[in-house]
Design a protein around this ligand. Structure first.
Ligand SMILES: [Zn+2]
Length: 283
């Protein structure tokens, strides 16, 4: 007589415990997804471009006519695909400490590349320059200056094709190979270990093609959006917000008016140094 209610209560308790467990599991699972997403977003090199429509930059054209490879594409823009972490470049250092990589896209460019090189030299900082093949072809001396200063080169396609992920395998390879050729002509024998997709136009084929040409896909974890000219203070705040203990910062030395980018760099480098960051090249 006495044991039945206990068993009954135990059963109810068991049901309640099970229900709590299930709810907890569901909450944990959801939270886990959220945490994973945030972690991925905060981990340098896993989310090269989370901004649909080209967070990478607004390339305002070459100083020369479009190359033969540039094919008109009327197809609507799709959100860029995330870079597979399997082939994604990572910050070059994993030791304890604060590590940061500076990357400059859309150059080389008259005046701005020189000004950026001067600032980097002042602080003895080495960076990555993601060059557009057309620019390298037209400004070979600028390529040579970047190389002479010890910076690392990155392929940013021949004509800054933001729709490349939608193109044929031959076109994808052609854009990359022509850019390599242009860079190689300007600076023979200089390695180009990285590829960065204009406008964040990543796809598995784009990454595989880059890899087959000896290049690792290079994303970023901090988007200064300097090409939008938000002002130095706002761009500095963006870096503070997005840069954790290590990260890859995206800026531009070409593709249009980059006066603000130069001013940003003048303030950013000493600030990062003051905050204890050390500069490294992605691996
Ligand atoms: Zn670009």
């Amino acid at each position: 007589m006495f044991s039945l209610p206990v068993r009954s209560m135990s059963f109810q308790a068991a049901v309640a415990v099970l229900a709590v467990f299930l709810c907890g599991f569901l909450v944990w699972t959801a939270a886990g997804d959220t945490v994973t997403s945030k972690a991925a977003a905060a981990t340098p090199g896993t989310t090269p471009d989370a901004t649909p429509g080209g967070g990478e930059g607004q390339y305002e054209g070459s100083t020369s006519p479009p190359p033969p490879l540039a094919s008109a594409s009327g197809s609507p823009s799709a959100p860029p695909t995330k870079v597979s972490s399997a082939v994604q470049a990572k910050p070059g250092r994993t030791e304890p400490g604060k590590w940061v990589s500076l990357t400059f896209d859309d150059g080389p460019w008259n005046t701005y590349t020189d000004e950026i090189l001067a600032i980097l030299k002042q602080y003895n900082v080495k960076a990555v320059f993601c060059m557009v093949g057309n620019q390298a072809r037209d400004l070979p001396s600028e390529v040579q200056k970047v190389v002479a200063d010890g910076h690392t080169l990155c392929n940013h396609t021949m004509s800054h094709d933001e729709q490349l992920s939608k193109k044929s395998p031959d076109e994808i390879r052609g854009q990359m190979q022509h850019a390599l050729d242009a860079i190689g002509k300007a600076s023979p024998g200089t390695p180009v270990p990285f590829y960065r997709a204009p406008g964040g136009g990543w796809s598995p084929l784009v990454q595989e093609t880059a890899a087959s040409l000896g290049m690792r896909s290079l994303g970023w974890s901090v988007d200064t959006e300097d090409w939008k000219k938000p002002g130095v203070d706002k761009a500095m705040a963006t870096v503070s917000k997005q840069l954790g203990n290590s990260g890859i910062i995206l800026m531009h030395d070409g593709g249009g008016d980059r006066k603000m980018s130069v001013e940003l760099l003048k303030k950013l480098v000493p600030q990062l140094i003051a905050e204890g960051y050390q500069f490294t090249i992605p691996a």
